[in-house]
Design a protein around this ligand. Sequence first.
Ligand SMILES: NC(=O)c1ccc[n+]([C@@H]2O[C@H](COP(=O)([O-])OP(=O)(O)OC[C@H]3O[C@@H](n4cnc5c(N)ncnc54)[C@H](O)[C@@H]3O)[C@@H](O)[C@H]2O)c1
Length: 444
Amino acid sequence: MPQKTGRDIAPATGKLGVMLVGLGAVSTTFIAGVENVRRGRAMPVGSLSQMATIRLGKRTDKRSPKIKDFVPLADLKSLVFAAWDPIPDDAYAAAVKAGVLDRHEHLEPVRDFLQGIKPIPAAFDQYYVKRLQGTNVKRGKSKRDLAEQLREDIRTFKKTAGVDRIVIVWCASTEVFITAGPAHQSLAAFEKAMEQNDPAVAPSMLYAYAALMEGVPFANGAPNLTVDIPALERLAEDRKVPIGGKDFKTGQTMMKSVLAPAFKARMLGLAGWYSTNILGNRDGEVLDDPESFKTKEESKLGLLEHILQPEMYPDLYGKIYHKVRINYYPPRGDNKEGWDNIDIFGWLGYPMQIKVDFLCRDSILAAPLVLDLALFFDLAQRAGLSGIQEWLSFYFKGPQTAPGLYPEHDLFIQHTKLKNTLRWMMGEDQITHLGVEYYEYADK
Ligand SMILES: NC(=O)c1ccc[n+]([C@@H]2O[C@H](COP(=O)([O-])OP(=O)(O)OC[C@H]3O[C@@H](n4cnc5c(N)ncnc54)[C@H](O)[C@@H]3O)[C@@H](O)[C@H]2O)c1
């Protein structure tokens, strides 16, 4: 047997600071959730890092520890939170407004804790999020100046909270649609653009830049371009910092990334996929602006093509009509309804339909993803991994990949990739699912 060797992983000693950009529905559901779990009042359902096991070795070995007992993750008790937001509400007031968690059951018991988290003034510009107005905002003569203030915030938090390491997760509103241009191609061009207040530099990019300059991993939970630009990808490599995004894969798109691979696996054709959503939280309101919706739409539309590969299967997937709508409908609050009509066809081209009506809770699905991303990005950094963390594609609608590489969207391939990366880190064998070794004829 060859000697098993994993990565050298620095231990998760001391406290881990989790800095969130945005203190809205997702962030407060995440923070209040972690605090309830820490106090033994609830379970971290939906969190792979906390609840899942990982099989090691052969099926007959019966070795399946919990992931958190297998890899050296930061303990929930060691997490300390901070957040930026242009709205001055503390985490308790913001959680009450978001209306996701039951006030009596999950907010009142942790009220003091939540009230202690007051948002740091944000680098915010209404040009990028039209439907929001903020008073808790930074002032500066240039975007570069704002980025320097964000760097100072990170250093101050590290000192005052006494944390050993920090990760940043973008849980703020979806910004208007921006494509990568000349300002994003190199660090020199990007820094010059910040100095000249170039509109190509969105606030989210300032946070990402500040994080990387401070050696802090940055994960992007919204579909904004943010850290998905050559200048910042390069900076992440140079500074040896993990990055990743974009857009948490939670409700409708998660279902799509489960169903589409099933159709393809069975070689069933697809004629059309119509997806609509009604949603009444602040995210829904922001996405009611066509420019922010365009950013979301791009992220939601991309995956079918990558999963179904119409260029390889023109007869089955060459003529798909794919439509995605998000409708702001206040009575629903955070309880989104994601409705899908899927027109498939089978043997000899006979048509069939599938309807999916997912009555989900947006932030309930997103909160455990924030937790896993914070813990895995911290792990990645301690394991010496830097740049794009494709193994965490599992969590994203539009996974960031190396230039020239198409993203893997199939949820189960992403899941296998994540677990195999953990095995690789710890020097365990990869699981290939070949399995011939279990049968007699394997020896002949
Ligand atoms: N909940 C889900 O299932 C899900 C899935 C995928 C992506 N997302 C994305 O996650 C993000 C958060 O969702 P949410 O429901 O919490 O929204 P939310 O509107 O409740 O919270 C977002 C917060 O970000 C703040 N913000 C806006 N610009 C900021 C800036 N420049 N700096 C700091 N804070 C800023 C807003 O003031 C707001 O409080 C959204 O972009 C959403 O599209 C959510």
